[in-house]
Ligand binder design. Structure first.
Ligand code: NAP
Length: 464
């Protein structure tokens, strides 16, 4: 009789697709189970792990990145292997992964942006904020984008923390950013920036903002930057005023915004202008390039779910601007042969178990964590309990799992398959080498790291 699945004689073979925080936390949770032996392979599209910790967290927020020490420890565990530079659906198919692993965890995050659906959205100069984030963080997909920073005003749409990040990076003193791991190409472009005003537009009021208070306070601490808030924008309707009693973050934000609104002169070389209850309704342009934005004043009305939504009141204004960053949320993308819920752009799941969207029946052995499970919201730490919950479901299901054929249990098989296919696998040691290279380059320049931003360059450093 075959040994029990998940025992030392017959470890549970788990594939994690994606190496961001959610995937690592799920792996960590499985490794910590006292009566479970598993062997975990983490696949990642790029040679570099850590997902949005590397590619999303702003370069001037280095302390947030220290969480990678936890992930490094997981990579050092002999039960874990890293398969960087391997794309699910291209280098390895869903069927093949099913052949070699008892359980699969999808941890691919939300790979694209939501669109606004307004005229002019595709003019040159109109970008999703997520592209700008990828660019300044040296993400290989975005490193060759060109952002023309020669204009005086940029409009940032949205009131979440991503909007705060992109606004801060545009406003910050490049000499300060030079102390961070911001991508070299972005730093060079920001040094030549002519931008004097970054106008943030929140479609709802200040009490409905999604940003958190430390991020709002940081605006006031930026050297050479004034923060402008119009006092009239802070007048709250009755429901918003009441909501402050239950929402501490919103109450603190109101306090900070009221302090900013006391300012009446703005002599600093750069300015962040935060406006509330405004939506862009059209992006204006000439010869394919944007020249400005039409904004409409909003009013708040009950949304029928106990909250407030914004609707335009017909009063419009034109603003000259050379760039607009639409920061209205990330969006999940389907994976080949994995059930997808178009309505909320997540992998179809019930509490982390992938399901057939038509029947809601679980798809045996397939699980999901992170933003592709619950949508693009929450901080890095929010992924931990969420991933543990999925790992609980996986453990609960072990007794009912149909194990893979024992002949496919040998961990060498997957490496051989990929190698035969010509896929250059970046393993944990390879990543360590690249990591040390980046850290050393950083040390020489007095920075935390200097990022390598092209995959071929990463591979040549690894293979040196
Ligand atoms: P978010 O927090 O969901 O914010 C999205 C913003 O876009 C909201 O203000 C939303 O307004 C607005 N919006 C949506 N559709 C819009 C439209 N059609 N027109 C105008 N505005 C629109 O998302 P996010 O900023 O992308 O951040 C994603 C997650 O990552 C969040 O949980 C965030 O806290 C986290 N994050 C954290 C940090 C940090 O800790 N420093 C940094 C970056 C990201 P409504 O509220 O009216 O819908």
């Amino acid at each position: 009789m075959a040994a029990q699945l998940g025992s030392a004689e017959r470890p549970l073979r788990v594939a994690v697709i994606g190496s961001g925080p959610a995937g690592f936390y799920a792996a960590e949770s499985l490794l910590k189970r006292p009566n479970l032996t598993c062997s975990i392979d983490i696949f990642n599209r790029f040679p570099t792990p850590y997902g949005l910790v590397r590619d999303g967290v702003a370069p001037d927020h280095q302390s947030i990145k220290s969480v990678t020490r936890v992930f490094d420890k997981i990579l050092e565990n002999p039960q874990v292997r890293f398969f960087g530079n391997v794309t699910f659906g291209k280098d390895i198919s869903h069927d093949e992964i099913k052949r070699y692993y008892d359980q699969i965890i999808y941890a691919v995050g939300a790979q694209t942006d939501r669109r606004m659906g307004i005229p002019g959205e595709d003019f040159l100069g109109s970008f999703p904020a997520t592209a700008f984030v990828g660019w300044y963080n040296g993400h290989p997909d975005y490193r060759d984008l060109e952002f023309d920073l020669s204009c005086e005003r940029v409009v940032v749409v949205g009131n979440g923390n991503v909007a705060m990040d992109v606004t801060r990076i545009l406003a910050a003193d490049p000499d300060e950013l030079a102390k961070s791991d911001i991508a070299d190409h972005a730093l060079a472009a920001l040094r030549k920036s002519k931008i004097r005003e970054i106008m943030m537009l929140g479609r709802r009021g200040p009490a409905q903002s999604s940003f958190t208070n430390p991020e709002l306070k940081e605006f006031g601490e930026l050297a050479g930057v004034d923060v402008r808030v119009d006092p009239a924008d802070l007048a709250l309707d009755e429901l918003s005023e009441q909501s402050l009693a239950e929402n501490r973050v919103a109450a603190k934000n109101m306090e900070t915004l009221r302090e900013y609104a006391l300012k009446t002169t703005f002599p600093a070389p750069r300015r962040i202008y935060m406006r509330f209850l405004y939506s862009p309704v059209e992006i204006l342009g000439e010869d394919g390039k944007m020249t400005g934005v039409v904004i409409e004043r909003n009013q708040l009305v009950p949304d029928g779910k106990g909250g407030l939504k914004a609707i335009g009141n017909g009063v419009k204004d034109r603003i000259r601007a050379g760039m607009i960053l639409r920061s209205v949320g990330y969006k999940g993308q389907p994976l080949a042969d994995v059930p997808f819920n178009e309505a909320n752009a997540t992998i179809a799941n019930v509490a982390g178990r992938v399901v057939d969207p038509a029947t809601q029946e679980p798809v045996a052995g397939e699980y999901v964590v992170g933003w592709i499970k619950r949508g693009p919201s929450g901080l890095i730490g929010n992924n931990k309990p969420d991933s543990i919950a999925t790992a609980d479901a996986m453990v609960e299901d072990i007794s009912s799992v149909t194990p893979i054929d024992d002949e496919n249990r040998d961990p060498a098989k997957i490496s051989t398959l990929l190698a035969e296919r010509g896929v250059v696998i970046v393993n944990s040691n390879d990543w360590k080498k690249l990591n040390e290279y980046e850290l050393n380059m950083g040390k020489q320049q007095g920075r935390p790291r200097v990022k390598v931003t092209r995959v071929d360059e990463m591979l040549s450093i690894i293979n040196k």
